[in-house]
Design a protein around this ligand. Structure first.
Ligand code: FAD
Ligand code: NAP
Length: 343
């Protein structure tokens, strides 16, 4: 008789989420290829249909407010392959390849496109979920296709760039959680024209700002990030807790009358105001409430200040931040981090 998948019970997720909050999974399975993934999904379908499930990558964009009353599937799909076509390269990455290591691999091979997104934590398979981005680049700029398995039907198919409907920290996959991404294919280039060098403080970190190569950009981005962002291994966090709000331009202009120093950036859909600036102005930067806090160098990052914060405490802090920013500026911040069991 064929043995079923290895499903464990009541497993702690504390070391599996970068907030380092203590929560457990009722059922837990690790899968190292697509067949094993399908086997576990089939087990759920046949044994406990309707059981909630949660796909776990690097756990760097989630907040667990309670024990997960269902099946957590930890992906361990490894493998990478680069196919060169003249000045282009198609880089195929299995879902559990580490994103930053993939950035370094692309640079070692002489291909650019990922450099502005160096040091973003997490896995390659998760990158399309929220269309990761930093320093003027988003995943969508280099995305070619991805493969995914439907958790309910077990259908396996490929998604093109258009089908992913990428938006600002948003995608088809963020809205349709039944698809599990198993492989991502990126389209990179050996030309330097993809380089974005004037964004935030990148330029001031460049040794040769006139003609930086992709690896110079990556080095600048890594230096800035190391100086400014908390290392989750030291202080639990999930990066930016909120999205930057995009408001109607006339609303931003009116706000500017009261706050002339407020930074604003024009986008296709309106005016972007950095959420970190709003939170800082609302007096939250560096503050702690119980065991949770707002990072002293970047107010957009909520932290597990003592290492003992519960998910609920961090979530309650986020509620307080949203409330005061709304009262002071009339802007409702939206969470970027995926929250489970919080409301
Ligand atoms: P997880 O937290 O494991 O999962 C996130 C969500 O995706 C969950 O809902 C999960 O169920 C789902 N998911 C996971 N894997 C899959 C899959 N294979 N298929 C379908 N769904 C899946 N983000 C940025 O965009 N830009 C940044 O610059 C950035 N900087 C950060 C800095 C720090 C210090 C930290 C801690 C986080 C930062 N982030 C940033 C957020 C985070 O790194 C990204 O969102 C990353 O893509 C999350 O990957 P992960 O594998 O850890 O996701
Ligand atoms: P920063 O350089 O202090 O800038 C603050 C905000 O202003 C950023 O959020 C950025 O928006 C915006 N901005 C800066 N220069 C801009 C320009 N030339 N054009 C348009 N918008 C501009 O930001 P930071 O906190 O140090 O982060 C630097 C980059 O890393 C940002 O792109 C940020 O998104 C990314 N990051 C993301 C996370 C995450 O978890 N999502 C965590 C850390 C850093 P955008 O955010 O829209 O780029």
């Amino acid at each position: 008789m064929q043995a079923g998948p290895d499903i464990q019970r009541n497993i702690s997720l504390k070391s599996w989420n970068t907030f380092g909050v203590d929560a457990s999974a009722e059922y837990f399975a690790e899968v190292s290829d697509t067949d094993e993934l399908k086997e576990v999904l089939r087990w759920r379908k046949d044994t406990l249909p309707g059981l909630p499930y949660l796909i776990l990558g690097g756990g760097s964009n989630m907040l667990l407010c309670a024990d997960f009353p269902g099946l957590v599937i930890k992906l361990r799909l490894k493998g990478k392959e680069i196919q060169r076509e003249g000045n282009l390269a198609y880089l195929k990455l299995a879902a559990s390849e580490n994103w930053h290591e993939a950035v370094l691999y692309s640079l070692e091979n002489g291909f650019g496109g990922m450099e502005n997104m160096a040091l973003i934590p997490g896995d390659c398979g998760t990158a399309p979920v929220q269309n990761i981005g930093a320093y003027g680049r988003e995943l969508k700029d280099i995305f070619y296709s991805c493969n995914a398995v439907n958790a309910n039907t077990l259908e396996e198919r490929q998604f093109s760039l258009e089908e992913c409907t990428f938006g600002y920290r948003d995608s088809f996959f963020k809205q349709n959680k039944e698809w599990v991404i198993t492989e991502v294919c990126l389209r990179l280039t050996a030309d330097n024209h993809l380089v974005v060098r004037s964004y935030g403080s990148i330029e001031s970190y460049l040794k040769n700002p006139e003609s930086p190569a992709p690896k110079d950009i990556a080095e600048a981005v890594m230096a800035i990030r190391k100086a400014k962002l908390p290392d989750p291994k030291v202080t639990g966090n999930a990066g930016s807790f909120f999205k930057n709000p995009v408001v109607e331009s006339h609303f931003a202009e009116n706000l500017k009358k009261s706050y002339p120093e407020m930074p604003v950036y024009a986008t296709d859909n309106g005016t972007k105001i950095p959420a970190g600036w709003l939170i800082e102005k609302a007096g939250w930067k560096g503050k702690t409430v119980g065991d949770a806090g707002v990072h002293p160098l970047q107010a957009l990052v909520l932290i597990n200040a003592t290492g003992k914060a519960s998910g609920k405490e961090i979530f309650q802090l986020s509620e307080a931040v949203i409330k005061t920013v709304k009262e002071q500026f009339g802007i409702e911040l939206e969470r970027e981090v995926n929250c489970f069991g919080c409301v």
